[in-house]
Design a protein. Structure first.
Lengths: 463, 336
């Protein structure tokens, strides 16, 4: 492995996760691991689930298609000339679009220790002023905190847009319109996953701009994250490992950060260093220095409270190979002492170990958020001209229940509306005479945790 | 500083992650050109008409990069399995970041230049020129959902892999690949007939003493189906009197009898000799430059025909020797 990395990264030096590789892989793994495939089939009547073809008319979405045209068809994120691709393709497209243009990425940071987004202060030794001189307005600079970006008014792929599109995916009168709204909802979900996945990247959870200023090999202006490039090389989109443990939360913000420190940004910032947040260089570390004294100086040289080295092997650090700091069997950083200077780095071999540990965790949070977004599955039963709607296990709060009847051509018309009752049974609606092919129920409101939820369910009449 | 600023103006390419040639340590060029050959991994026969899709991707940005466009080339392998992808000519001013190749033909698992299908791990052996793509035959235990992920997107590939979608959806719903099996295209739930291994170039050389090289491909008459397959052993650099053609049909009883009768009716200077199988025949072209022999196996529903140029097979006895070898293998391969 070491040799492989040395040879190939020397040839392929390579930004959070790269949009068209790691993000696609993380998002797709989350899609496959989630229960959304079955919910698309059961609640939304999409028999092919993730593989259901959905069309978004190009004529009505010029700006969307302008951005999608930057992506190769081989990425599996670009619709055909009619504007059609699978449900999974639209989710992937959303994950990609959240990274285009590159400036959106500045809103994908959250430092849970200082409770900030990207401040632009972490540009490293060369200094923010010099970098701005070199890169001008291309330097990422400052950004909104990632959780705030998800609900920002100027984010066209926001959570608010997701709920609206998901509701319309069930309530729009015509099938083509419902297809389009579902595709748009999936894009918003993909974008939300992208933002969450990014706070699982150590530099993004530690306000580290310096991480993004490494040379990547395509000329002096080709700057980005070497660790992200390494992830692309090692895993691409296809090889991203499956989620380790699917995380479950009552509130969407808790996937990012929470008081108990179990949000993805919380665990990432606490567990890993990033290139620009390693301990500062220490001078006058003599051969006979006491490790405990050096450890105390290292603690003062860190901008984050953790991770914190518990012991140092200064003798090994003075050797040719240097020493590594390990935690849980994974390399956190390498350190060495030369000319009485203690310096820190994250070599590629070390970063590769970290990636193997980080990606399944990020995937678990992404899967959990995707399940959370599509958690609203209702059951509809029709007997004697009355539709009874229940929400098993959802613990819904206040909201409105609407029932629609779909005819044989797929057109839906309202059949009734009611304030949803508390409890598992949301309500009963008398269906209009004349029948139809299908009854569809839609709940829009909040759940027991006070979070927005759109619940959908359907039942074919006579079955 | 000046170097940095001037670098912003010129189109740039990242270093290629592949070699220039398989036998070289020199790094390849992302811009191309690319060439190579696609063969069946089991038989080393060239795979003709395989879809070849090349994609170059570009990024822009400083620090945080974003996709900034792509270029694509779609073609197919020639009759000998070769592909040639011209160098990228109209590159945009953005930074060229990556290149990858996808090769696909129905009946095989696809090939990607950047990842392996078996484990989706990075492929380290791809080379810019002179590369040999060995396609693995599709097996029923392979996952369609996994394969569709591997293939990626694009109109041409989506059309060619559309037959896998229902099975892939079933797999995503929890069914195992074997239960979610998709019918091979053109078949009513059956795999395509495969005659590749009934007669190999080594068999031919042993029987005829030929010392040259054979290029192996399908005959260009009809595509392989569940009831028909063909093999063309083409002597490289020689005229067609050195070539050998095999045709195999596996049919229901009535159709099998009709097919054998069709051979009797249509082959030139045909004689029914009943030397092999349930019935057999010999035939000779009008010019006398091609010899043929065929047999019918009623229990297996087989009709097998071999045609051999006289520079390769000097007598019908040689042709019959080859036909007997084919029958031995067919007897083991196809259950009655």
């Amino acid at each position: 492995m070491k040799r492989c990395l040395c040879i190939l990264l020397a040839a392929l030096p390579a930004g959070a996760w790269e949009t068209d590789s790691t993000h696609l892989g993380l998002t797709e793994q989350a899609a496959v691991a989630s229960g959304v495939h079955r919910r698309l089939q059961a609640a939304l009547g999409r028999s092919l689930g993730w593989l259901e073809p959905l069309k978004v008319a190009p004529a009505g979405f010029v700006e969307l298609y302008r951005r999608l045209e930057l992506l190769p068809p081989s990425s599996g994120t670009r619709p055909d000339s009619r504007g059609q691709q699978t449900a999974l393709g639209w989710l992937r497209a959303g994950a990609l679009l959240e990274g285009i243009p590159a400036a959106r990425n500045r809103n994908h940071f959250y430092d849970p220790v200082h409770k900030t987004g990207l401040t632009g202060k972490g540009a490293g030794g060369l200094g923010e002023f010099v970098w701005e001189t070199v890169a001008g307005d291309r330097l990422p600079g400052q950004g909104m905190a990632a959780p705030d970006w998800l609900v920002a008014k100027d984010n066209e792929l926001s959570l608010e847009r997701f709920w609206l599109e998901l509701e319309r995916a069930a309530t729009a009168p015509l099938p083509a319109d419902r297809d389009q709204h579902l595709a748009l909802a999936l894009m918003c979900a993909g974008a939300a996953l992208h933002v969450l996945e990014d706070v699982g990247f150590p530099a993004n959870a530690r306000d580290d701009l310096r991480e993004y200023l490494s040379l990547l090999g395509g000329g002096a202006a080709d700057r980005g994250s070497r660790m992200a490039r390494l992830a692309t090389f090692l895993y691409g989109s296809l090889g991203v490992p499956a989620p380790a443990k699917v995380e479950q939360r009552d509130k969407w913000r808790a996937f990012f950060t929470s008081e108990d420190g179990t949000g993805l940004a919380d665990v990432t910032a606490a567990r890993w260093y990033s290139l620009g947040t390693l301990p500062d260089e220490l001078r006058k570390v003599s051969d006979d220095a006491r490790p405990a004294d050096v450890l105390a100086r290292v603690k003062d040289a860190q901008s984050f409270p953790s991770p914190m080295p518990r012991e140092l092997n200064l003798r090994r650090a003075a050797g040719d190979a240097g020493a590594t700091l390990q935690q849980g069997g994974v390399c956190l950083a390498a350190y060495r002492v030369r000319d009485e200077r203690l310096t820190w780095s994250i070599p590629d071999e070390c970063a590769a170990e970290q990636l193997a540990a980080i990606l399944p965790v990020v995937g678990g949070y992404a899967t959990g958020l995707l399940d959370w977004l599509f958690r609203g599955q209702l059951e509809v039963n029709v007997r004697g001209g009355t539709a009874t709607v229940t929400a098993p296990g959802l613990h819904l709060g206040k909201g409105t229940l609407r029932v629609f009847v779909e005819d044989a051509q797929g057109a839906r018309r309202p059949a009734g509306e009611a304030a949803a009752a508390a409890g598992e049974e949301l309500g009963r609606v008398n269906l209009p005479a004349g029948g139809g092919a299908k009854v569809v129920a839609v709940f829009v409101g909040t759940d027991g945790a006070g979070e927005t939820i759109v619940g959908i369910g359907e039942r074919e009449i006579g079955k | 500083m000046i170097a940095l600023l001037s670098a912003c103006a010129a189109p740039q390419a990242r270093p290629a992650p592949f070699r220039a040639r398989p036998d070289s340590v020199a790094r390849g060029q992302l811009f191309g050109p690319f060439d190579g050959r696609v063969v069946d991994g089991d038989t080393q026969r060239p795979v003709t008409g395989a879809l070849v899709q090349a994609t170059w991707t570009f990024v822009s940005g400083f620090g945080m990069n974003a996709p900034a466009g792509y270029r694509e080339w779609v073609g197919s392998t020639d009759t000998l399995g070769y592909y040639l992808i011209p160098a990228l000519a109209d590159a945009p001013s953005e930074r060229l970041s990556d290149f990858h190749l996808v090769v696909y033909k129905k009946g095989y698992a696809a090939f990607r230049s950047d990842r392996r299908f078996e484990d989706f791990g990075p492929r380290a052996d791809f080379a810019q020129t002179g590369y040999l793509v060995e396609l693995t035959k599709w097996r029923d235990d392979l996952s369609h959902a996994r394969h569709l992920r591997y293939v990626g997107g694009g109109a041409a590939l989506a059309e060619l892999t559309a037959w896998e979608v229902p099975a892939a959806a079933a797999e995503l719903g929890g069914q195992k690949p074997a239960l979610a099996r998709a019918p091979v295209p053109g078949a009513a739930g059956q795999p395509a007939l495969d005659a590749d291994d009934l007669l190999l170039p080594a068999d031919l050389k042993k029987a005829t003493g030929f010392e040259g090289t054979f290029d192996v491909s399908n005959l260009q008459d009809e595509p392989s189906t569940p009831t028909y397959d063909s093999v063309h052993l083409q002597a490289r650099g020689r005229d067609e009197t050195f070539d050998v053609a095999l045709r195999v049909w596996r049919l229901a009883p009535a159709e099998q009898k009709k097919q054998y009768q069709r051979l009797l009716d249509e082959l030139p200077r045909v004689q029914e000799r009943n030397e092999i199988g349930d019935r057999s025949l010999r035939a000779t072209s009008e010019k006398g430059d091609i010899l043929a022999a065929g047999y019918a196996d009623d229990r297996r529903g087989l009709v097998v025909l071999i045609q051999c140029g006289v520079a390769q097979c000097r007598t019908h006895d040689v042709v019959l020797t080859l036909l007997r070898l084919m029958k031995d293998r067919a007897d083991r391969k196809f259950a009655p």
